[in-house]
Design a protein around this ligand. Structure first.
Ligand code: SER
Length: 329
């Protein structure tokens, strides 16, 4: 039974890595009857079955977006539809179109219908001029990637709609998200997901980022908790609204490989660097300071690298028939 009453939630990008798990968490918390999941693609494999009703929605269609919000009496929107960093770099114009026009439509629909709006920003909003160690909440943001340009612009737009029109916009800067249900689609941090699959399936992994490239990361249950908690936070306590730094751990490819080796001693990592992803990763924080989120709405992650690795290998080992692995954690 949901703690909060009265929420009617629309989720965009529901078939993506985060959406496909957040949908179930929202359905559990607010009741499946109060959750509408949506994506530009049909849910042909039924992966959202049980997480509320599914509708097809292209967020670039302002009219359809508005109709769905009206028809289903939505009062809370989780706007996840967006392109990730590596894909955005390959298709910058399309990234601008989807990430920005989709967001403007979400903001307008939220404004017109009095909805609260969750919009994820990212570590990608930072750039090489940002202090990359213990990156502050409020600091220099001059990203060099198109993804980052859309994320900073999105943060500013969300703040603007909140200040100018009183729209209840909120959000976090997600780090790389690690999960085992739906693969991420074309991000720079994807290696930290793939490495677990390859460890189970092949016992080895060829990494596209250099050893020593540290990035913030988070296991999916914590990401879901962040997305729900920031939306349920008492607004009286919020000095920031959008784009809270949140992190749970940070590591480089060697550290995650060493953790995997504790479970699979023969596991081996080698490197074949993708210059595009490497350049993006080097312009992102090594680790962020997330004290504003901790102070303003009680952010506290539950998973560190060791616990996450135990669960990821346990789950994937069972799924792919390596149940004999000794999984700790
Ligand atoms: N995981 C994302 C990416 O790599 C960062 O927000 O694009």
């Amino acid at each position: 039974m949901g703690k909060e009453k009265g929420k009617r939630v629309l989720l965009t990008g529901s078939l993506g890595q985060i959406g496909s798990e957040l949908a179930f968490a929202l359905a559990e918390r607010y009741g499946a009857d109060n959750v509408i999941t949506s994506d530009v693609r049909e849910d042909s494999h039924g992966i959202l079955d049980g997480a509320g009703m599914f509708v097809e929605l292209d967020v670039l269609s302002a009219g359809d977006f508005d109709s769905i919000v009206r028809d289903y009496r939505i009062n809370t929107i989780y706007h996840l539809a967006a392109l990730l960093s590596a894909v955005a770099e390959e298709k910058p114009q399309m990234a601008w179109e989807i990430n920005m026009k989709g967001l403007v439509n979400a903001l307008e629909v939220a404004k017109e219908n009095g909805c609260s709006l969750f919009v994820p920003s990212s570590i990608g909003a930072f750039g090489p001029d940002t202090p990359l160690d213990n990156t502050p909440q409020d600091t220099i943001m001059r990203p060099h990637s198109m993804y980052g340009v859309t994320k900073v612009s999105g943060e500013l737009l969300c703040d603007y709609y909140q200040m100018r029109f009183g729209v209840d916009t909120r959000g976090v800067r997600f780090p790389g998200i690690i999960s085992n249900k739906t693969l991420p689609g074309g991000g720079t941090t994807d290696y930290a997901v793939e490495i677990y699959y390859h460890a189970i399936l092949y016992g080895s992994y060829t990494c596209c980022l250099k050893a020593g490239t540290s990035l913030d990361m988070m296991y999916m249950p914590d990401a879901i908790k962040a997305a729900i908690d920031v939306m349920e936070a008492d607004p009286a306590n919020l000095k920031h609204r959008n784009a809270f730094n949140v992190t749970a751990m940070h590591f480089d490819p060697e550290e995650i490989a060493a953790e995997i080796k504790k479970h699979i001693p023969e596991f081996n990592i080698d490197y074949e660097i993708d210059p595009l992803r490497q350049a993006i990763a080097e312009s992102w924080p090594n680790y962020m300071d997330d004290s504003a989120a901790r102070e303003e709405w009680g952010w506290l992650p539950e998973y560190d690298l060791a616990r996450m690795t135990g669960e990821m290998l346990g789950e994937l080992g069972e799924r792919y028939g390596r149940g004999e692995l000794e999984i700790e954690g």
